[in-house]
Design a protein around this ligand. Structure first.
Ligand code: SF4
Length: 352
């Protein structure tokens, strides 16, 4: 598979995870629990980590949430990013609690001295700051510009401000709910700055629509070589965001360790339940680290070719299937044996 050539950015460290430079593109998640509910929040972070999330963000809406951060940082298997709006005090509390990164919008933190305080604290702790520009909350004086350009100007302005205050460990996001605007903004920023980029479509929507919109927006940029980390935002289950994020990376050839299940779309020739078999194998392999390609094909016409090319594959035939391993025909299976046989082969390949 050919891979996009990535734009070189400066590198920052978020706990053990590197963002930018030649670091692999990381997948981030955000918990949807009340930050103040420490057991529920830690349980969700664990769930995200199991799904392949590498960095977790938590909202810090008030002082009680900021006070919960120290416990979350202590119990979290993932580096924690504090998401703070409006209050420099909450940002300082988050830094003090030991978070691995801050997500702020300096434009809404207020006076320069407040931003300076936050920048100083982050610098002293050696933690990066993400400047989160959002198309819905741009500075008033940028209102006359086309939205994408206004977002870029806002980001460049805030980067300059933080650099002026001695903070160069920065990440920028330029999120919009309109996919072409978001793509345009990231492309325009990428040619003007080497600050690493956090990709995302904001308010992307429900699982179905949001996944498609995120795949189009984030995927386009990744194929351009733009992007150093990403978060898919979906209305619904948080773990789904990680699955979608990882799948976007895998689709553009940037997630070497993914298990890819390819399945035929089925047609009138189909002789086994491809949809059910593929979904079950996908579910049971989602925690595994690849690279491994599994093919589930419905018939003997086009099936054997694809199944042979995969690491493990089946080609269906009248309630039965032929099992292939790395191009070799292994044996015939009854339909009800397919999932278990595929899983045995996958696990055996993993143990090698
Ligand atoms: S592999 Fe067979 S069943 Fe599947 S879409 Fe192709 S021809 Fe149809």
């Amino acid at each position: 598979m050919s891979r996009p050539i990535r734009r070189r950015t400066r590198q920052v460290r978020v706990g053990p995870v590197l963002i930018g430079g030649d670091a692999p593109i990381s997948v981030q998640g955000m918990i949807k629990t009340d930050t103040r509910d420490i057991p529920a929040s830690l349980a969700q972070i664990e769930e995200l980590a199991r799904a392949g999330c590498q960095i977790v963000r938590v909202a810090v809406p008030d002082e009680a949430a900021a006070k919960a951060l120290a416990e979350l940082v202590k119990g979290s298997p993932l580096p924690v990013v504090a998401d703070v709006h409006f209050s420099y005090r909450l940002a300082l509390m988050a830094v003090e609690a030991g978070v691995a990164k801050l997500r702020i919008n300096p434009g809404n933190i207020g006076a320069r001295w407040k931003v300076k305080e936050v920048a100083r604290a982050a610098r002293e702790r050696g933690i990066p700051i993400r400047i989160g520009v959002n198309s819905g909350s741009l500075e008033r004086d940028l209102a006359g510009m086309p939205t994408a350009e206004a977002m870029v100007q806002s980001a460049l302005r805030q980067v300059a401000l933080l650099e002026d205050l001695g903070c160069s460990d920065l990440v920028v996001s330029l999120k919009a709910s309109d996919v072409p605007t978001m793509v345009q903004a990231y492309r325009a920023f990428a040619v003007r700055s080497d600050v690493p980029l956090h990709l995302g479509v904001t308010e992307a929507g429900t699982r179905w629509r949001g996944s498609i919109r995120s795949a189009v927006g984030i995927g386009s940029l990744l194929l351009d070589g733009i992007g150093d980390t990403l978060r898919v935002s979906l209305t619904g289950e948080t773990v789904e965001e990680i699955r979608v994020g990882r799948e976007i990376l895998a689709a553009v050839g940037l997630l070497a360790e993914a298990v890819t299940v390819v399945a035929c779309p089925t047609c009138g020739r189909c002789q086994v339940n491809v949809a059910e078999i593929a979904a079950e194998v996908e579910r049971r392999t989602s925690h595994l680290k690849g690279p491994l390609k599994v093919a589930v094909m419905g018939c003997a016409v086009n099936g054997p070719g694809e199944a042979r090319e995969a690491d493990v594959g089946v080609a269906g035939g009248r309630g039965a299937a032929v099992l292939f391993r790395r191009g070799e025909r292994i044996r015939n299976l009854k339909e009800e044996e397919i999932v278990e046989a595929l899983m045995q082969e996958i696990e055996a390949l993993y143990r090698r």
